[in-house]
Ligand binder design. Structure first.
Ligand SMILES: C[S@@+](CC[C@H](N)C(=O)[O-])C[C@H]1O[C@@H](n2cnc3c(N)ncnc32)[C@H](O)[C@@H]1O
Length: 378
């Protein structure tokens, strides 16, 4: 896939080069080949340098991609309707992972206030100092009167809590391991350094952990064409256990793009699902522009359900985003917003937002909403 990408500014190039130097030193320490998952982790999260750890617009029109909460308020108002029963029942909290610009937090709080179902606390897990500041400013601008309910965490809560965990487009940003299935066997894909200092692909026979992770997908390897490249996230289950460790009662909502396992590892998807986003262009070369572009891989929803099960959760629902929105008040939210819209332009934007959220060729089918409920104290 060749895509023309806009040229980064000299400052952006310099920033990217600082991160590249750090990655090159890790590659050297790893004898010339760094597992792709570690490369992805550094490219996205190296302190002060990674894509999500350093300053830049990222989300929205001025950034690299647009997420559902960035499009407007429709997604959040429907999600509020989905969360309200649990919040009323548990009198609990919302714990949001990877809150981005803070747009979802703002709209959820305002809508839950209207629905008389405010959480006791709205807790945001955000490790980037930059994004925290952006979230704080957004919240103060739009719902200062609810600010005392909001707090930021560096790690998941230690003490028992009840309520709703939510994560929109977070799992796709968790580092993935890449594998290549060839006639000669299973290989791990890694990153090395070329003669000009550029990053290049390397491969070595799969280690035991990767072989086990691929075996756990129950994919019928014999039925796949070769070479066949894809991804696994062996750390998804430990991550799920960690973020829900002290969750006592309630539910977890995950919204992301992905496939059920059979579809994820379908024979025709032989180049995997890894994608990069740079200024609204999607392409599949993660080795360029480190720190300047987002790197994601689609979510295996069966792996997510398995991770939940292992942590004491049960799969309650798995809906396309369009179905989810329709089941949680899209009609009502749309009608009210349409009636209140200030002018023709506002009505036009609202219609565009709903189309983008629900049409099958846009976010309606590619995104799914997975509901897991805590069975420990259901
Ligand atoms: C694609 S952005 C989505 C942001 C936001 N949820 C939205 O919908 O606009 C992915 C977010 O996940 C966060 N993230 C990645 N790994 C995480 C982890 N282990 N725990 C919590 N958040 C994480 C990133 O820092 C980033 O803010």
């Amino acid at each position: 896939m060749r895509v023309e990408l806009p040229e980064p500014s000299p400052d952006e190039r310099a920033h990217s080069e600082r991160l590249a130097a750090l990655i090159r030193s890790e590659i050297e320490a790893a004898n010339g080949a760094l597992d792709f998952a570690r490369y992805m982790e550094l490219a996205l999260y190296a302190p002060g340098l990674g894509y999500y750890s350093a300053g830049a617009a990222k989300f929205g029109a001025a950034g690299d991609f647009v997420t559902a909460p960035e499009l407007g308020f429709v997604f959040a108002r429907c999600l509020a309707r989905a969360l309200a029963p649990t919040l009323r029942e548990t009198r609990g909290d919302i714990f949001e992972l990877g809150p981005g610009s803070g747009a979802l937090a703002v709209q959820l709080l305002l809508e839950l206030e209207r629905l008389d179902a405010l959480p006791q606390r709205y807790r945001l897990l955000e490790t980037s100092a930059d994004l925290r500041e952006r979230q704080r400013a957004t919240l103060l601008l739009h719902c200062a009167h609810l600010a005392e309910r909001v707090e930021w965490l560096d790690v998941p809560p230690a003490e028992p809590w009840r309520g709703c965990l939510i994560a929109n487009e977070v799992i796709d940003a968790l580092p993935a391991r890449l594998f290549a299935l060839r006639n000669e066997g299973l290989f791990a894909r890694a990153v090395g350094v070329g003669e000009q200092g550029e990053f290049i692909w390397r491969e070595h026979p799969a280690d035991a952990a990767l072989s086990e992770a691929v075996a756990n997908t129950s994919v019928n390897i014999a039925a796949l064409p070769q070479p066949y490249c894809s991804e696994v996230r062996p750390l998804l289950a430990p991550w799920f256990a960690e973020v829900t460790r002290s969750h006592e009662q309630g539910v977890a909502w995950f919204i992301d793009y992905g496939y059920a396992r059979d579809d994820y590892y379908a024979p025709q998807r032989r180049e995997g699902t890894l994608r990069c986003h740079y200024r609204h262009r999607a392409h599949n070369d993660p080795l360029i522009l480190p720190g300047l572009q987002d790197i994601t891989a689609w979510v295996d929803f069966d792996a997510l359900a398995d991770a939940g099960l292992a942590a004491g959760f049960a799969l309650d629902n798995n809906l396309s985003q369009a179905q989810f929105l329709i089941e949680h008040g899209l009609d009502e939210v749309f009608a009210a917003a349409y009636a209140e819209a200030a002018d023709e332009m506002a009505r036009y934007r609202l219609v565009q937002e709903v189309k983008r959220l629900t049409l099958p060729g846009q976010m309606g089918e590619r995104f799914r909403v997975i509901l897991l409920s805590n069975t420990i104290r259901k």
